[in-house]
Design a protein around this ligand. Sequence first.
Ligand SMILES: Cc1ncc(COP(=O)(O)O)c(C=O)c1O
Length: 411
Amino acid sequence: MALYKNTMKSFSLSNIRERFPIFSQHPGLVYLDNAATTQRVDTMIEAMDTFYHKQNATVHRGVYELSATASQSFEACRTKVADFIGATSPGNIAFTKGTTESINIVASSFLRRKLRPGDNVVVSIMEHHANFIPWQMLCREVGAELRIIPISGNGDLDLGALEPLLDNRTRLVAITHISNLLGTFNPIEEVIALAHAKGVPVLIDAAQSGALYPMDVTQVDCDFLAFSGHKAFGPFGIGVLYTRQELKADIHPYTYGGGIVQNVMLDVTDFKPYPYNLDAGTPNIPGVIGLSAAIDFTRDLDRKACVEHVQGLSHLCRNELKRINGVKVLGEPLKTGGIVSFYIDDIHPHDVASFLDEDHIAVRAGVHCAQPLLDHLDVAATVRASFSIYNTKEEVEHLVHAVKELIKFWR
Ligand SMILES: Cc1ncc(COP(=O)(O)O)c(C=O)c1O
């Protein structure tokens, strides 16, 4: 399958795999933990290496050439990210440490000043802790209510339950685009339309969709969007917060220090506007350079073909696992990303993951930072297989075979 837009390059699945150096270091590796972090693409590693070898300087503070070049590359990435997600201006894009920090910024620097006792915030039961705890903590602190959108039996968002949760005291809806446990692909356009009809802003947690699922923030009309570089073939420690133009002035500095100020007087400080008011201290410059290279790589992909490939693998995995006696696969969402969670009767998920590791299959076991959802499903923990563009049908078959072998061995 050609996964690149530019067919002149005639890159296929195997060519794509070659772009990820980890696989030449570990030829037998079956990497199925992409929901935790993807592997790194070669051009991203090279870009960061080149920065450190040849361009190393900090940004925005030096007038010398190296610093000016670093500043240009840094700001060019802001423009690139804006373009990548359909934002109208680079001024909507703030660099953060990752999705978690982006969400915490919206909680602390936006909502904390607006939320009053008796107000409410709406999230879904399928949120990652990163998009759950900040709202829970804020609501507890202020005396506001955290309202939860339930899911249907198959793991889809219960959209019909959202409208009654929204009222004139709702201050924000925060929802994941793709569930990191069930793989459920949420109908965010509908969620946004319902919330906006009541004048409520919406934050989209795009941690699981940022890499491959084309997102146009202007078209979907969200107010905030968060994603992480490391889940999108980019570096650790860098993420993005998109904020709608009209709400930028309501985002206040998150941490204080150098780089975010206009004027510091003895009694008061004037801050730069968003997004520059979030860059206190020296920013993660190589992270931004690496993110830029990762976005270049992703933009060259035929993302429709990539999504079909990844969804095809997860369907195959889900269907094959379901056929095995003693294996329970969580959820049957109508539309899924490349994530499959399962457990095996009487075998702890950590034992399953250790057994699979002996076969060089890397999967995650545990609660996946989604404890409210697991509690709701009355499941203690699961094994999660998550797929990306470099995974193959043979790898799914390898996983399924290993699970069958484990059950034979265990019983
Ligand atoms: C849906 C979702 N939201 C948020 C996060 C947090 O991302 P990060 O650890 O990069 O901040 C994750 C990470 O797994 C996730 O899956």
